[in-house]
Design a protein around this ligand. Structure first.
Ligand code: ADP
Ligand code: MG
Length: 474
């Protein structure tokens, strides 16, 4: 108590300097310079040290990442009764800057911490904030809401291992690869969110390779390259989504190579995603590719039936909704190659349902159709293909789905499957499902047979041309 009373204005610098000693011992220089050098102590009263930070963002960042370290520093400098408060430097434009400086006491001028002038600090924080905002995570992606299946088990468990011990496992870098809409971004962000949540003090940056490239170009343009480098080199976990977009961008690759090496050498974690395995990445420098192979590559495949079902169920459970079984079955069977589309269809149906519209097969079909078409820009639905082909051959749609092996019906069925492949965005498996639950190999066989006929049999070529005309005119 006595001590506080005798403290003068100048003491707050001494106390803060003592705090900084502790902080310096515990942080890397880069991090220290970035986050602690810009701070100015402003007051010490009743064991409360007030420090001034350049922005609200800065304060939030400190609180989010260094709160334990600050506590330790205050304990040593002021004792356990000591407290820390922040004031945020008002964000002024140049003319007001003067006023702000005037608020400082004389001791300001001999403050060793005050080497940066205020303008630089503001600029610095601005730049930092910009990059920080660009590299933020989407908090909605977590391991909890990522459904595990055979298709993603390795990727998920490697991801979780890395999230629990970033930089420590041999999965460094971790590369997750696979086709579009299969959950790579979800998974990589789940890792980031996990680290942020359970590993306080660790800095995480998530950025798509595209954005990274743009930031790099901006930095080049604005002469900020040093800052750009510095920003990425101080993170603990760097996550680059869709690295295939670095293809052909030599200068971006070069800077990424340096950042990569720096982080890897300092035991920091690097995680990347790509739309293909590292060996197939085209237009990437060999030295970068060889780095990618150091760690672990895990693929995310197309989800199997159970996983698709589980994804739908989870979505419905979250909303406390139930759909008819046949609708769920229809959805899982119609959209089998892309989780994003599957989610799109469920979300649309959920929206209808929440507006008290009855969810039935017709609505489900309509929605699936519009999704599948918008992706492939095809105008014809599988129902229509079946209708046109059945009519053309004087059959019913049921005949096409039936098990019957009558020659004419088999031919019509095969032709219908062929058109379903040509005109709709459905996968082979889905087409099989829509033709009486047949296997996808049956569909492949049908398409192959029809293609052979077209080449060899005039009559069948004529049917196909005729039907194409009808479907095109539809
Ligand atoms: P990618 O990055 O591979 O193109 P995304 O991660 O963007 O795919 O996934 C597309 C959508 O599908 C996202 O909304 C994601 O949440 C969802 N998704 C993908 N896989 C799963 C999964 N296994 N469980 C739950 N949702 C998933
Ligand atoms: Mg993605």
């Amino acid at each position: 108590m006595e001590r506080t009373i005798t403290m003068t204005e100048k003491d707050c610098y001494e106390v803060w300097e003592n705090c900084l000693k502790v902080i310096r011992e515990n942080l890397e220089m880069q991090t220290y310079l970035t986050w602690f050098e810009p701070i100015v102590p402003s007051r010490l009263e009743n064991n409360v040290l007030t420090i001034q930070v350049p922005s609200r963002f800065f304060y939030e960042y400190l609180e989010e990442n260094f709160v334990e370290l600050l506590r330790k520093a205050i304990d040593l400098a002021l004792g356990v009764e000591g407290r820390l408060e922040y004031t945020i430097k008002p964000e002024e434009s140049m003319p007001n800057q003067k006023n702000f400086s005037a608020n400082f006491t004389k001791s300001n001028s001999n403050n060793p911490m005050n080497g940066n002038n205020s303008v630089n600090q503001t600029e610095f924080t601005e730049k930092y904030r910009e990059l920080y905002n660009y590299t933020r995570l989407n908090p909605n992606y977590s391991f909890d809401n990522f459904i595990e299946g055979d298709c993603n088990r390795l990727a998920r468990s490697a991801g979780l291992a890395v999230a629990q011990k970033p930089g420590i496992t041999s999965f460094n870098p971790l590369m997750l690869y696979g086709g579009v809409g299969l959950g790579k971004t979800h998974l990589i962000q789940a890792i980031g969110n996990y680290v942020t949540r359970y590993e306080t003090g660790k800095t995480v940056a998530y950025v798509s390779a595209d954005k990274f490239t743009n930031q790099f170009i901006e930095a080049l343009k604005n002469n900020n390259l040093e800052f750009f480098n510095h920003f990425y080199m101080q993170v603990d976990v760097l996550m680059i989504d869709d690295v295939q977009f670095l293809s052909g961008k030599e200068r971006t690759q070069e800077i990424f190579f340096h950042i990569f090496n720096h982080l890897h050498q300092s035991g920091k974690q690097i995680i990347m995603t790509s739309d293909c395995p590292p060996i197939e990445l085209k237009g990437l420098e060999e030295r970068l590719l060889s780095r990618f192979k150091w760690g672990l590559s895990a693929d995310v495949k197309q989800p199997d039936l159970e996983t698709r079902m589980a994804i739908i169920q989870k979505k419905l459970q979250e909303r406390n909704l139930e759909f008819p079984d046949e609708v769920i079955e229809y959805l899982t069977n119609s959209i089998d190659s892309n989780v994003r589309e599957l989610e799109g269809a469920i979300n649309s149906l959920i929206l209808y349902s929440e507006n008290n519209i009855l969810i039935d097969m017709n609505l489900a079909k309509e929605i699936v159709q519009s999704l599948v078409q918008s992706v492939d820009k095809k105008e014809v639905s599988i129902d229509e293909v079946q209708k046109y082909v059945a009519e053309y051959f004087g059959l019913t749609i049921e005949d096409l789905k039936d098990k019957t092996r009558k020659k004419e019906i088999v031919l019509a069925r095969q032709i219908a499957m062929y058109f379903a492949k040509e005109y709709t965005g459905f996968s082979l498996k889905s087409i099989g499902y829509h033709f009486g639950g047949r296997d996808h190999s049956t569909v492949i066989h049908a398409i192959q047979t029809v293609s052979d006929y077209i080449a060899e049999k005039k009559e069948i070529k004529m049917y196909i041309d005729d039907l194409s005309n009808k479907l095109n005119k539809k």
